[in-house]
Design a protein around this ligand. Structure first.
Ligand code: GLC
Length: 716
């Protein structure tokens, strides 16, 4: 089968067969156990003719289920077109890795590509062909539950990690049975949902879309992603699902995207709720004309297209185009030649939760964790009696949202991890997230009194994070704050380990503890990774990729903001009339790029190869980094650039490059960055992405709060 044959195949298809190919339902419709479809599926009366022509399915799967469904399906599909299996493998299939926001805190693109590679190997052996990942939505509002699914507030990192995951999933040969198609999401602007409330309105200027939100999608698509998912939200008044400017003019015509465009769950029919379609027929016509190819989990196309064609209100051309994009996915995967892609229970057994995969998960988890505070309390020693207290002390729900195929029994809890390390640790029966009874508080204080040090394992439950997990107050649950305050009264040193999927409001917590380790939702090896750090077997190196607000009132808060006409720090003699809050600082509690180590790194002064360059030259920036401590460590050196004067107000700084350096105690290394003209470009008001000659300020340091390091000139 090749691209030309596809056109002949389409010519042979009936209208129902074509509509089926562009409709996606859940695997529950094909449940081989004979159990009737449940939930949404049960409310959708699908005929057998429709069912055996569905083009793709999504939902839980394993090798046996996939083989059985595909065999049964091919017996019923008149033209023998194989079924496509899709899913949300977002941070692992069975070997669940840290959530993507945590992955980004590793600042290690190669490591994240490996995560995608392992995820593809495991999920393809279970029969999956496509994953709805990576999510590359730039996020600036931790009230939104899905920040855990993104790579943070910076467009460079979202693009680098997004592209790395695409490479890891797809490799260079989609016909290889261990490759899966990457579907990038959610296009576009979903991370800017108003007030951090999921599915809410999004209004972003085209300039900001092109400067802040589109670049990660361009990078992921340039890495070869074969699919993209339209976002639920309206974008400047028009729902992305039926946004012709977004899906047609921009994605197809300006970016020349040739892959398939899928809706999000039920989004085609949601056009009626948005108030841009009177009925299912309008919704169908709007979406297909806008460039959508597959609808997920509604039967709008089955309901509306036959009549639209009969009334000649919709030429079959849109239908045929959409069908071709779907069949092309199957062609790229080699499904026409081998609908089973070598899937077997034996291969599944060999690949899933392989010790090598767990080993990678442990390395990634500990590298993703960020040491926010340490007054010297960490690391702990094995002879010290540790009181491990909190809802996460023994709880195995460390997987985080979007770990639908993961199993809690595969998780190493914090208690397990500490015990396996031989730590002298005692804990209490599991405390819950939201209610901690007085007698439990008393028991906790009793245990603390008998211990040398305390590890408090607090945070969000998985339900407080992820899709539809928007929260207005991003502090710790009040019951946990009460527990912390009571334990603090015992006067023993406290390390706070946080299990959560978003930046939290910690400003009242910080003074009460001696150390804070941001562990995120760390995945199956979370307990081992936390124990590696807490007991000093691994020196933390993670750096924040999303600002921790001083208070929720600062939101949206992000490092690469504009200067404004009345910048607070430049108007020190002006007490009031400047851009500030009367009650809190402008700065976040912890800035983008921030993260401590058990050792200390000294930054020398930078040296430039020149302070002037033309468009076809480059400038190298050298800086010496020294490990001043007594243990080895890894530092992520960050280079930021500010375009001082430009056609539009440019951010006070933007991450331009980053490098990691491993240093032994006392060792120094020179880190070299290259700056070229391409790094100085930005979208002008005419949307041309070009640079302007002029002065640029360079910042090199350990996080985004770094002061100016030097200035360079880009000459004509
Ligand atoms: C969800 C999410 C999307 C996911 C899809 C399929 O509603 O918005 O990210 O891929 O449905 O599960």
């Amino acid at each position: 089968m090749n691209k030309n044959n596809l056109k002949y195949l389409i010519k042979k298809m009936t209208v129902i067969e074509k509509i089926g190919q562009i409709t996606q339902l859940s695997t529950s419709f094909f449940d081989v156990s004979g159990v009737k479809a449940t939930g949404t599926a049960s409310r959708m009366n699908i005929t057998n003719e429709q069912k055996w022509n569905i083009g793709s399915v999504l939902g839980k799967l394993d090798a046996n289920k996939m083989l059985t469904i595909q065999q049964e399906y091919l017996k019923h599909n008149r033209l023998g077109i194989p079924l496509l299996f899709m899913t949300d493998v977002v941070h692992g299939y069975k070997t669940i890795f840290p959530v993507p926001l945590a992955l980004s805190c590793t600042w290690d693109v190669n490591m994240v590509e490996k995560v995608a590679r392992v995820s593809a190997k495991e999920s393809s052996s279970a029969g999956y062909h496509v994953t709805f990942s990576p999510m590359v939505d730039v996020v600036r509002d931790p009230r939104w539950g899905r920040v855990m699914e993104s790579f943070g507030e910076d467009k460079l990192l979202n693009g680098d990690f997004g592209a790395a995951m695409v490479r890891g999933y797809q490799q260079n040969d989609l016909k290889h049975p261990e490759s899966i198609i990457s579907c990038v999401k959610h296009f576009a602007g979903y991370g800017a949902s108003e007030a951090g409330r999921d599915y809410n309105t999004v209004d972003i200027s085209e300039w900001s879309l092109r400067n802040d939100y589109f670049p990660p999608f361009e990078k992921a698509l340039n890495a070869g992603a074969k699919m993209i998912m339209a976002a639920f939200n309206t974008l400047n008044g028009v729902p992305c699902t039926a946004n012709k400017w977004l899906l047609g003019d921009l994605l197809r015509n300006e970016w020349n995207f040739e892959g398939a465009i899928i809706s999000d769950w039920g989004a085609v029919k949601e056009l009626l709720k948005h108030g841009v379609a009177e009925n299912v027929s309008d919704a169908t016509l709007n979406t297909l004309k806008s460039g959508l190819n597959i609808e997920m989990m509604t039967t709008a196309f089955f309901e509306a297209i036959p009549e639209l064609i009969e009334k000649n209100e919709m030429i079959e051309k849109y239908l045929d185009e959409a069908v071709e994009y779907v069949l092309n996915l199957k062609l790229e995967l080699g499904l026409f030649e081998d609908p089973f892609r070598g899937v077997s229970e034996q291969r599944e057994e060999e690949n899933i939760l392989h010790p090598n995969n767990r080993n990678i998960a442990r390395k990634v988890a500990r590298k993703s964790m960020v040491l926010l505070k340490n007054d010297g309390m960490l690391p702990l020693f094995k002879h010290e009696k540790i009181a491990l207290i909190g809802p996460y002390a023994q709880d195995k729900s460390l997987l985080g949202p979007w770990s639908i195929d993961g199993n809690y029994q595969d998780v190493v809890s914090i208690y397990d991890g500490l015990v396996k390390k031989g730590a002298y640790v005692h804990t209490l029966d599991e405390l819950t997230y939201h209610t901690i009874a007085d007698n439990q508080i008393s028991a906790a204080k009793e245990l603390v009194r008998k211990s040398d040090k305390v590890v408090l394992a607090l945070g969000e439950s998985e339900e407080m994070s992820g899709e539809a997990g928007s929260i207005a107050d991003i502090g710790l649950p009040s019951s946990q704050l009460h527990l912390l305050n009571e334990v603090a009264k015992c006067g023993k040193p406290i390390t706070l380990v946080l299990i959560n999927g978003r930046p939290l409001d910690l400003v009242d917590v910080v003074p009460k503890v001696n150390a804070i380790l941001e562990a995120w939702f760390p995945g199956v090896e979370g307990g081992n990774a936390i124990a590696d750090i807490v007991m000093g077997d691994y020196n933390p190196a993670g750096k924040l990729t999303m600002s921790f607000p001083y208070r929720v009132g600062q939101i949206p808060i992000y490092y690469n903001h504009q200067n404004t006409g009345r910048p607070k720090e430049e108007l020190l003699n002006e007490p009031r009339y400047k851009s500030q809050y009367l009650d809190i600082p402008n700065e976040p509690l912890y800035p983008f790029g921030y993260g401590l180590s058990f050792t200390k790194f000294k930054y020398g002064s930078i040296s430039l190869s020149s302070n002037k360059m033309t468009k076809d030259e480059q400038i190298t920036v050298d800086i010496q980094i020294t490990n001043q401590g007594s243990i080895p460590g890894t530092e992520t050196v960050q280079l930021y650039i500010q375009d001082r004067i430009a056609e539009v107000a440019r951010p006070i700084k933007e991450l331009a490059s980053y490098q990691q350096v491993q240093l032994q105690p006392g060792e120094s290394k020179t880190v070299t960055f290259s700056i070229n003209e391409q790094m100085l470009r930005y979208p002008h008001t005419n949307h041309q992405v070009v640079s302007d000659p002029g002065e640029f300020i360079i910042y090199v340091g350990p996080d985004s709060s770094v002061e100016e390091s030097a200035r360079i000139i880009l000459s004509e």
